[in-house]
Design a protein around this ligand. Structure first.
Ligand code: ZN
Length: 305
């Protein structure tokens, strides 16, 4: 039965739960806690899928054999099948993660070299001082935008802005933008995105959905916006996003982020605490209610007491 419960839980956490969570608006007031909840949903889905694969052969053994027959070859086949099924899930996930990590780092290294090559010599004084480990690169460009490229271990990350960003943003807005990008680099938001991208690619196409990826990406932007707000104020951060929104498509997330700041959305501690609690419960409750009873029952079958 544990296998069925865990398979059901894995499907629930791969489909309906991400769909509901992606549509929720309350997550925008507590982006940090909401990202932890997304990570718990993803972890619980993977653990449930692996658990279901481990439990399935043992469940079949119980259905098709008498207790006295659950030894020798039938037992060895069940244990072997469980190991192979669970191993396939883990190997696929790890394989996708490693491949993605290597490709991302190669692409990023080229990107850093390119912005170093194309960057203008002068930089705006209004940007202020960047933290050590980060360098600013200004590219020619008539459209205001900014982004960052994380550095390798021991190498500096880049904050990249266009000339139009320097021209159109006031000094406070520019500093808020830099604080936003610095927050991405300091908290390694790229690793969080990478984890969700790997999981997305590792999932079978039929249950794969971009909702989780896009929702987490937006929450990471909001988290970085909050860093800019804390250091330079709501007006500076919203003003910068105003300039970026002018050049963006009407359905671009920049408008959503700007409106969120204009509405002075701040999450309450109770909501954040409740969200963290839900994240812990997602991993702990299935372990206590399904996995531990199954292990207590199944381990003596394979001679572990
Ligand atoms: Zn950002």
């Amino acid at each position: 039965m544990a296998s069925v419960w865990l398979a059901g839980l894995a499907l629930l956490l791969a489909g309906p739960v991400p769909a509901l969570l992606a549509r929720a608006r309350w997550t925008r007031s507590v982006p940090r806690a909401a990202i932890v909840l997304w990570q718990a949903v993803a972890s619980a889905a993977v653990l449930a899928a692996v658990g279901s694969a481990l439990a399935a052969p043992e469940a079949l053994l119980r259905v098709f054999t008498h207790p006295e027959e659950r030894t020798g070859v039938p037992l060895a086949i069940a244990v072997g099948a469980a190991a192979v099924l669970a191993g396939l899930i883990v190997v696929r996930l790890v394989g996708v993660l490693v491949l993605l990590a290597v490709r991302t780092r190669v692409r990023r290294s080229r990107h850093r070299d390119m912005v170093d090559l194309l960057a203008r010599a002068e930089q705006g004084d209004s940007v202020g001082t960047l933290r050590s480990g980060t360098v600013l690169r200004v590219l020619d460009g008539a459209v205001p935008f900014a982004y960052c490229v994380p550095g390798r271990v021991g190498r500096e990350g880049r904050v990249v802005v266009t000339g139009a960003t320097l021209d159109r943003l006031c000094p406070a807005e520019l500093r808020a933008v830099i604080a936003h990008e610095q927050a991405h680099l300091d908290a390694r938001h790229d690793l969080v995105r990478e984890g969700f991208t790997a999981l997305h690619q590792a999932f079978p196409v039929v249950v794969r959905s971009r909702e989780a990826l896009e929702a987490v990406a937006l929450l990471l932007e909001m988290l970085a916006d909050d860093a800019g707000r804390r250091r330079h104020g709501d007006d500076a951060m919203a003003g910068a996003l105003d300039a970026f929104a002018c050049a963006a498509a009407p359905d671009d997330e920049t408008h959503v982020r700007r409106d969120r700041i204009r509405a002075h959305v701040h999450g309450g501690r109770a909501l954040a605490a409740g969200t963290y609690l839900a994240a812990v419960a997602l991993v702990v409750v299935p372990t206590i209610t399904i996995v531990i009873p199954w292990l207590t029952d199944a381990l003596p079958t394979v001679g572990v007491r």
